[in-house]
Design a protein around this ligand. Structure first.
Ligand SMILES: [Zn+2]
Length: 284
């Protein structure tokens, strides 16, 4: 590129890579989700609490994370293919349409710890939108300018999958070696939660997770996804699987709650409130 034109205020859309006159000030998570995120019993019913374990801080805020990233037509693509349908399915104070839909149309086994569903029994558009939405959030985490907040996701997708995800989101190709596990929380009290994408390893698998209003998305990415992980997906001949469980009873939630209690130093409003348990950073 000619260096001379770098002086101009170039607006390149992160998705289509075209130069546009104006980019939309995009939200990281759908704007419609924020009003439904509530404080927990511990934090009171104030604004949502963003928990950043890397910085060991809990900051109570209703600030919405936003950056100019997409042109109007790509923003519209995200809305049309993912956010619009997700926004009709997630958990709010008035109900949890996706959980109802799964239980009425796709239940295949009821277990003590979790219930399992066959995603092929659901409307293909619904399933496609949930998959598209999850892909769009992980892609966004990869290309986002995290600024001073720090990048908790650490560009974990890598450049190869960044471009694969981008092609998929533009409707230019399927995604190979990507499996999505959606854990639907059957507990109303712990569903009003939003967590931003992080990535880690469990055994041979690299997995990527985030949660939004009763939905916990776990995406496995890469050619080295273990046979154990692939097996249920192959058995059901699908790229997306749904289970539901009571998050309050799950080991992962207990562990997170434990970490929050013991490691997180409360900041801001939380510190002033005598009622919240974030203040007690007691160590055994
Ligand atoms: Zn664009």
């Amino acid at each position: 590129m000619d260096e001379l034109i770098l002086g101009r205020d170039l607006m390149i859309c992160g998705l289509c890579k075209e130069e546009k006159g104006k980019l939309i000030d995009s939200h990281f998570m759908p704007a419609a989700a924020y009003p439904h995120v509530r404080g927990t019993e511990e934090t009171g019913n104030g604004p949502p609490v963003l928990i950043n374990l890397r910085k060991r801080s809990a900051i109570q805020t209703d600030r919405q994370v936003r950056r100019p990233l997409l042109c109007a037509s790509c923003e519209d693509l995200f809305s049309k293919n993912g956010e619009r349908i997700i926004g009709q399915l997630w958990a709010t104070a008035s109900g949890f349409p996706l959980l109802d839909l799964l239980n009425s149309e796709a239940a295949i086994s009821k277990g003590e710890r979790f219930d399992m569903y066959d995603s092929r029994l659901l409307d293909a558009d619904v399933v496609g939108s949930i998959f598209y939405f999850a892909v769009s959030i992980f892609w966004r985490a990869q290309v986002w300018d995290w600024g001073y907040e720090g990048d908790a996701y650490k560009r974990a997708l890598g450049s190869h999958y960044e471009s694969q995800f981008r092609n998929f989101l533009l409707g230019k190709g399927a995604l190979d070696n990507v499996l999505l596990f959606v854990n639907v929380n059957s507990d109303v009290d712990t569903s009003a939660v939003m967590t931003f994408p992080i990535s880690g390893r469990i055994g041979a698998d690299r997995l990527h997770t985030f949660s939004l209003l009763g939905l916990k998305f776990t995406m496995y990415v890469g050619r080295s996804i273990s046979a154990v992980t692939r097996k249920p997906f192959e058995f059901h001949n699908t790229q997306i699987m749904f289970v539901s469980s009571d998050l309050k009873k799950s080991a992962a939630f207990q562990k997170l709650a434990g970490r929050v209690q013991s490691e997180v130093e409360a900041k801001g409003k939380l510190k002033a409130s005598p009622a919240n348990k974030f203040n007690h950073s007691r160590r055994p």
